[in-house]
Design a protein around this ligand. Structure first.
Ligand SMILES: Cc1cc2nc3c(=O)[nH]c(=O)nc-3n(C[C@H](O)[C@H](O)[C@H](O)COP(=O)(O)OP(=O)(O)OC[C@H]3O[C@@H](n4cnc5c(N)ncnc54)[C@H](O)[C@@H]3O)c2cc1C
Length: 396
């Protein structure tokens, strides 16, 4: 790829300077000049009102792209339990497959796995590639990547989706690099461009300040990791039928780059926010760290988990694994109670798909009320303790 300024057209208007996030353009003698640190992102090309910047993309499409068909979901399981992101991906994958007029398949790896295949069919898969082998008991990137690469090369899916979990984030880039295709990490939106038959993959970029839509037009498969809890889990249909294909993996000694000797689980009282059905979250309105006790009290009365806004995490009032939002966790509980949280967009993207939202805020104009199912305008130091007391009475 190359970039060039067409000097006759450039007026030195500086619009490209404002568009460049890398400070890779300067104005010399009233004309734009591209500097060495340009990464050819093309933001300046779109910003130039005079079509004075030429970005040449010389990349040639790989051959045989049309041989790749269908959508695959990597069915992540731990201790034989399918991760909920897998089911969410089946729902999304189904829509993509329908838009393409293709099949949706799942790939399940593990040791002694098999019963989960029926669940994958019920959640929308047409076919499940089942790879059961004792060497696949625990996730190890070398062997898991080997098995998936062999399957992808043999069956040529056009789209492969992974959960953006620790396993998905470790596995997907290794596979993409080895089979020389693109990967969009941490997507929050996927759709098919029906005209061009390509996957449009949307994710936050530049620290979440813009949403970027990324395509992979010249290589296959198109690969993406998707944030848990962003897509809705479909309703299972146990009457769905499908094919289960047992695969014998070819694993060589070279693929085994690590060995799991033992697994010692950390003793923790932390509730998994993404699995919690009720979350009570605290924001800067709490005033200080000690006041999180109010939030913990209400969460305990409801049997829920404690969430937090980034303002409180940044202030060291609570550890970061409680943070909800764009740079925290995306949650979808049945009930989300936001106490003293203003409702900044970066917080809302992480919780607005909750089934019911209760907002407690003393400012009636706080944006959180725009997404709230129920709003309580009041001082949280009065509302939260009375709510906790009443709930304890009712639930005891
Ligand atoms: C790139 C980027 C990523 C970000 N990611 C995240 C993210 O993941 N999660 C996130 O939360 N934020 C994120 N932020 C920060 C976000 O923009 C907000 O700054 C943050 O969410 C504000 O937190 P808050 O609502 O607790 O605080 P504030 O905005 O200060 O709101 C405090 C609220 O408490 C209310 N209040 C005060 N006292 C009381 C009282 N006694 N009773 C009732 N209400 C009271 C006030 O009316 C106010 O509405 C991000 C920002 C950027 C730029």
């Amino acid at each position: 790829m190359s970039i060039e300024i067409i000097i006759d057209r450039c007026t030195g208007c500086e619009k490209c300077l404002a568009a460049c996030h890398f400070g890779a353009i300067e104005i010399v003698d009233e004309k734009a000049k591209i500097l060495e640190n340009c990464n050819l992102c093309g933001a300046c090309v779109e910003a130039c009102p005079f079509d004075a910047i030429l970005l040449e993309k010389e990349e040639k499409p790989a051959e045989g792209l049309e041989d790749y068909r269908g959508v695959w979901v990597f069915a992540e399981q731990r201790d034989g339990k399918l991760q909920s992101v897998t089911l969410e991906l089946l729902g999304e994958g189904r829509k993509l497959a329908n838009d393409l007029g293709e099949k949706l398949d799942a790939v399940l790896l593990g040791d002694g796995v098999g019963t989960e295949a029926g669940e994958l069919l019920a959640y929308g898969a047409d076919k499940v590639y089942l790879v059961s082998d004792k060497r696949l008991r625990h996730y190890q990137y070398g062997i898991y990547a080997r098995v998936l690469i062999d399957l992808i090369r043999e069956h040529k899916p056009e789209i492969v989706l992974f959960g953006a979990t620790t396993i998905g984030r470790s596995l997907a880039p290794r596979i993409a690099a080895r089979i020389q295709t693109g990967l969009t990490a941490d997507c929050t939106g996927l759709e098919i461009d029906k005209e061009k038959r390509i996957l449009r993959q949307t994710r936050p970029a530049f620290g979440g300040n813009i949403m970027a839509t990324i395509i992979c037009p010249h290589h296959r498969p198109q690969m993406a990791t998707v944030r848990p809890k962003v897509m809705k889990k479909p309703r299972p249909d146990s009457s769905r039928k499908g094919e289960i294909v047992k695969v014998n993996p070819k694993i060589s000694e070279e693929d085994i780059v690590t060995k799991v000797l033992d697994i010692i689980r950390e003793e923790t009282k932390v509730v998994d926010l993404q699995e919690a059905e009720i979350i009570v979250s605290g924001g800067r309105g709490l005033g200080k760290a000690e006041n999180f006790k109010l939030i913990e009290g209400l969460a305990e009365a409801l049997g829920g988990a404690v969430g937090a806004s980034r303002a409180t995490v940044d202030a060291n009032w609570i550890p970061s694994y409680h943070q909800v939002g764009q740079t925290g966790k995306t949650v979808q509980p049945k009930l989300y109670i936001a106490c003293g949280i203003s409702g900044a967009i970066q917080h809302l993207v992480g919780m607005r798909s909750s089934e019911n939202i209760v907002a407690i805020n003393k400012d009636p104009n706080a944006p959180i009320f725009n997404v709230a199912t129920y709003g309580i305008v009041g001082d949280l130091f009065q509302v939260v303790p009375s709510l906790t007391k009443k709930l304890k009475e009712l639930l005891s």
